[in-house]
Design a protein around this ligand. Structure first.
Ligand SMILES: Cc1cc2nc3c(=O)[nH]c(=O)nc-3n(C[C@H](O)[C@H](O)[C@H](O)COP(=O)(O)OP(=O)(O)OC[C@H]3O[C@@H](n4cnc5c(N)ncnc54)[C@H](O)[C@@H]3O)c2cc1C
Length: 503
């Protein structure tokens, strides 16, 4: 007899783990199958040479610990529900931008300080700057008042609509606008509009015109409310806490277990088959893989393939992690930086450097007197496909590319090259291998002008098969996939007869 549970989750990324933990806590027996031997996917940590590095994400929202201030503090609410604790360090700056022509601005937690820094560079746009960022505040104020739930759940929509009729109507209207078009209503300076594009690109990998106003209302407003907080011990502390909470209620994560197929019988998902042939049955299956991978590898039905024109495929990344002599990092250095040397190239492959120094906030991540750094740029698998990833040529090409990035980052940390004591690199191919993501992509993106509500929700065309993660609403980012996990769990719990309480 095959093992049978209520819910199977394919993948222990943040989206999958969030859904699993909330369902298990509600009393649904849940198993997570994860191909790696660690949880978190793109939000995990790894150790090398005495350093702890963030595999991907390191800018975190959602950790405010004051429920009276709103509902967007999802991590805090989930961890409280699961009875697990996670220690975080408040970051005074979300991102410190280093831009062409000596334009430099930190996005301070303190909103007035940030707006004042920007206004000093663009005194003629002082009023427009205020009005634009106030628009984002108004979106934030709406979202912060609404409880998280599934937009496919009519009961949830009814409750929210009845309790917050004006806010719900206003949010419906806001979904029609893009961040870039809104900015252009108030701002005309081309350099400032470049900056607004970069504010969007920094997390959505798209310019502001292509980015829904609603998403911007979370990322660019909540940084001044809930703020940015970094977990002590590195980004892997977040999935580790989710696993702990999940297991506390009896859930099981099976690491080193790759799901080969979702079993579909009479049009409905009924379980999974692992790559070793083991079958496990369930009433509901959640895929935390991308939509492309779910409907090409996991579900064997050519009619359900995602047509190429359905989404824009975001690029992947080339990453470099460095262990460096601590003397290179000056006192007061911020954790996150973005470097753009040429506005005409910021959105081309490799054009923008993302840079983080997590050990400035949490010194335990590096040996005494050292710092852990992470640099990454957009990249594509086709740039690396001529190499065999086990071969010397691949290694040499990676080292050469890493050296060029380090040289570019000298504009931020002069002398960086000489200070490097340890280098680790990853290409888009590494993302394919470690995360099973098609072309290592950051995920599917909406096309410019598409309404945010066109992002797939958690239901799929296959009955009892659901999706959680960055292929679903609202999109990429750890807090976004956490929302997706919450909405997925909410929908399934109602279908299985025991709805979740609001967080
Ligand atoms: C370089 C980089 C930097 C980033 N920086 C930030 C940041 O600063 N802040 C932020 O909020 N976000 C950031 N992000 C984005 C964020 O990390 C992701 O959007 C989010 O973590 C994705 O979560 P997920 O649950 O959708 O999927 P993933 O993280 O992709 O996890 C999916 C999991 O499923 C597993 N899996 C897939 N297929 C199978 C299968 N068949 N069987 C078993 N297991 C399977 C994978 O191994 C993986 O563990 C960054 C991402 C990257 C790559």
């Amino acid at each position: 007899m095959a093992e049978t549970v209520d819910v199977i989750v394919v993948g222990a990324g943040i989206g999958g783990l969030t859904a699993a933990a909330l369902l298990q806590e509600r009393g649904f027996s849940t198993i997570v199958f994860e191909k790696n031997r660690f949880p978190g996917g793109s939000c995990s940590s790894f150790r090398k040479g005495g350093y702890t590095f963030d595999a991907g994400a390191s800018v975190f929202y959602g950790f405010r610990d004051d429920d009276a201030k709103g509902t967007l503090n999802l991590h805090s609410r989930i961890f409280r529900k699961l009875g697990v604790e996670i220690e975080t360090i408040a970051d005074p700056v979300q991102i410190h931008y280093h831009l062409p022509a000596g334009f430099e601005v930190p996005a301070w937690f303190d909103r007035d300080r940030f707006l004042e820094s920007l206004s000093r560079r663009f005194p003629h746009e002082r009023t427009g700057i205020r009005k634009f960022y106030d628009e984002l505040e108004s979106v934030y104020a709406i979202l912060n008042a609404l409880p998280a739930g599934s937009l496919e759940d009519v009961m949830h929509l009814g409750i929210v609509g009845a309790r917050h009729p004006l806010k719900t109507a206003a949010l419906g209207v806001k979904t029609l606008f893009s961040m870039g078009k809104t900015a252009r209503r108030y701002i005309s300076d081309p350099e400032l509009l470049h900056f607004i594009d970069l504010e969007s690109y920094s997390w959505s990998v798209q310019d502001a015109i292509s980015t829904p106003l609603v998403n911007a209302g979370i990322c660019l407003a909540d940084r001044h409310h809930g703020g940015i907080n970094y977990p002590v011990g590195g980004s892997g502390a977040i999935p580790a806490a989710l696993v702990k909470g999940f297991e506390k209620f009896g859930g099981s994560v099976r690491f080193g277990s790759e799901v080969a197929k979702v079993i579909v019988e009479k049009g409905a998902a009924s379980g999974v088959r692992l790559s070793d042939g083991t079958e496990v049955r369930a009433r509901a299956v959640v895929s935390n893989a991308t939509a492309w991978d779910t409907f090409s590898k996991l579900v064997d039905d050519p009619r359900l393939r995602i047509p190429d024109e359905r989404f824009i495929k975001a690029p992947s990344w080339f990453q470099v992690w460095l262990g460096v002599d601590g003397a290179i990092v000056p006192p007061g250095f911020h954790m996150h930086h973005i470097i753009v040397g040429d506005w005409s190239k910021y959105d081309q492959l490799g054009g923008t450097i993302y840079f983080s120094a997590p050990s400035v906030l949490d010194p335990s991540l590096a040996p005494p007197g050292k710092h852990a750094l992470h640099l990454f740029v957009t990249a594509e698998t086709w740039q690396w496909e001529q190499f065999d990833y086990r071969g010397a040529e691949y290694k040499a090409a990676k080292e050469a590319f890493a050296r060029s990035l380090i040289a570019r980052a000298e504009s931020l940390l002069p002398g960086l090259r000489e200070a490097v004591e340890l280098t680790v690199t990853a290409t888009p191919q590494s993302h394919v291998r470690y995360l099973n993501r098609r072309d290592g992509s950051y995920g599917p993106l909406l096309k410019p002008g598409q309404n945010i509500l066109l992002k797939p929700q958690n239901r799929t065309p296959v009955k009892n098969l659901y999706a959680a993660g960055d292929s679903t609403f609202p999109g990429q980012g750890v807090i976004a996939v956490t929302y997706s996990g919450v909405s997925c769990a909410s929908y399934i719990a109602r279908q299985l007869g025991k709805p979740l309480d609001y967080l």
